[in-house]
Design a protein around this ligand. Structure first.
Ligand code: ADP
Ligand code: MG
Length: 343
C-alpha cells in the first residue's frame, strides 16, 4: 500500500507556504487590484482604493502573558495592523477585532485589553466596527483586520522600486528585538528565582519598542502633504534584511546598503554589546520595529532630506548586481535574508 504523502510545513517556510497555497487563485473581480503578496489587499471602490489587511496573534507564539500587560497587547495588536495600511501609503479608517479566549480570562482582564484597543483607535483615528468572540481551549488568539483608503495616484506597492532610487527607513531598528530579549531574560530569572525583582531600569526605550510600538502615520501624512509618492514601500515587521529582499524580489531589482547609515539607537548599541550580539545583526534581522522602508526617485531627494527622522540607507541598483551590504570596514558582502552572527 502506498504511503500517504506528508510534507512538513517548515519545508516551504512561511512565504513559500503562502505562495504554494494561493498559487491557483486568480483575481477575477474587476475591483480586485492587488491580492496576496503586499502589505494590504487593494480594492477599487470607485474614486479611491480601499485597503484591507489582517493579522493573527496567538498567545505563546506572538505574545507572552508573563510580561505583556493586556492594555499594551490591545494597543499593539491594533497598531501593527494599521502599519500595513500605512505601508501602502494609505490612511486606516476602521478595524474589526476578534478574540478566542479561554476561561482564564476574566471580564476585567478583557476590559484592560479593550482599553488598549480604544487608546489605539483614538490615537490613530480609526473606528472599531465589528469582530467576533468565541471560546478557546487554551490561551487567547486575536485576529485584527484593518480597512483604509488611499488615492489611486498615491498607492505604494512593494514592486515599484527602480534602479537609481534611494532607499530610506523612518527610524531606529533592532530595539524591539532587544526589548524582547530583555523581557525573556527577566522571565527566566523570575522562573528560577520568583522573589527577585525584575531589573528593567534604564531600559524603558527598548521595552517600549517591543510592548508599545507606534505605526508611522506621521510619515504617510508627510508624503500626502508634500505630494511625495514613494516608488515602493513595506513595513518592517520581520526585519530590515527580509523586507529588503521583498522589495528587491517584487521590484526585480538589486540594492546596495551602507552599514554606517543603518539607524541604530544608542541604547540598542549598548544593550546588543552587553548581550554579546552584533548591533548590526540585530538591526538587520530583529523584527517588529514597524518602521517604514521605502524607496524614492532621486528627484525627490530634497523632500526626503527634510523629512523628520528619516534615514537614507542605500540605493536601488540593477537586478544582476544582487543585494549587497557595504560594511563600515570597507568590505562588500552579500546581504542575507536571515541568519544570526554572534561574535
Ligand atoms: P505582513 O507581514 O505585511 O503582515 P504577511 O507576510 O503576513 O504580510 O503576508 C504576506 C501576504 O500573504 C499578504 O498579502 C497576506 O494577505 C497574504 N497571506 C498570508 N497568509 C495567507 C493565507 N493563509 N491565505 C491567503 N493569503 C495569505
Ligand atoms: Mg507588512
Amino acid at each position: 500500500m502506498a504511503e500517504d504523502k506528508r510534507t512538513d510545513v517548515n519545508k516551504l517556510g512561511e512565504f513559500g507556504l503562502i505562495r504554494h497555497l494561493t498559487k491557483d487563485f486568480a483575481l477575477n473581480q474587476k475591483s480586485s487590484v492587488m491580492g496576496v503578496g503586499d502589505d494590504a489587499a487593494v480594492i477599487d471602490s470607485g474614486d479611491e482604493y480601499t485597503l484591507i489587511s489582517t493579522d493573527l496573534l496567538v498567545e505563546g507564539i506572538h505574545f507572552d502573558m508573563v510580561y505583556t500587560p493586556l492594555k499594551h497587547l490591545g494597543y499593539k495588536s491594533v497598531v501593527v495592523n494599521l502599519s500595513d495600511i500605512y505601508a501602502m501609503n494609505g490612511i486606516p479608517k476602521q478595524i474589526t477585532y476578534s478574540i478566542a479566549i479561554s476561561s482564564k480570562y476574566s471580564v476585567e482582564a478583557l476590559e484592560e485589553l479593550y482599553a488598549g484597543i480604544l487608546l489605539a483607535c483614538e490615537q490613530y483615528n480609526v473606528d472599531l466596527v465589528g469582530g467576533d468572540t468565541t471560546s478557546s481551549p487554551k490561551g487567547m488568539t486575536i485576529s485584527v483586520t484593518a480597512i483604509g483608503t488611499t488615492g489611486k495616484d498615491q498607492v505604494c506597492y512593494r514592486n515599484g522600486a527602480k534602479p537609481g532610487d534611494i532607499i530610506c527607513v523612518t527610524g531606529y531598528l533592532g530595539g524591539a528585538y532587544l526589548g524582547l530579549q530583555l523581557l525573556e531574560r527577566e522571565k527566566q530569572i523570575y522562573i528560577e528565582h520568583p522573589t527577585v525583582q525584575p531589573d528593567l531600569d534604564n531600559a524603558s526605550y527598548l521595552i517600549e519598542c517591543i510592548l508599545k510600538p507606534e505605526a508611522r502615520k506621521d510619515a504617510v501624512d508627510y508624503f500626502h502633504a508634500k505630494k511625495l509618492r514613494p516608488t515602493s514601500m513595506i513595513d518592517i515587521s520581520d526585519g530590515l534584511a527580509s523586507e529588503l529582499f521583498h522589495i528587491a524580489q517584487c521590484s526585480q531589482v538589486g540594492l546596495f546598503i551602507e552599514e554606517t547609515n543603518i539607524p541604530i539607537h544608542q541604547e540598542s548599541q549598548l544593550k546588543a554589546i552587553s548581550f554579546n550580539i552584533d548591533p548590526l545583526t540585530v538591526a538587520l534581522h530583529g523584527g517588529e520595529d514597524y518602521e517604514l522602508l521605502f524607496t524614492v526617485s532621486p528627484k525627490d531627494l530634497d523632500l526626503v532630506k527634510f523629512m523628520p527622522d528619516v534615514f537614507i540607507i542605500g540605493d536601488i541598483v540593477e537586478k544582476d548586481q544582487g543585494l549587497k551590504l557595504h560594511t563600515s570596514g570597507g568590505k562588500i558582502l552579500d546581504l542575507k535574508a536571515q541568519g544570526w552572527q554572534h561574535f
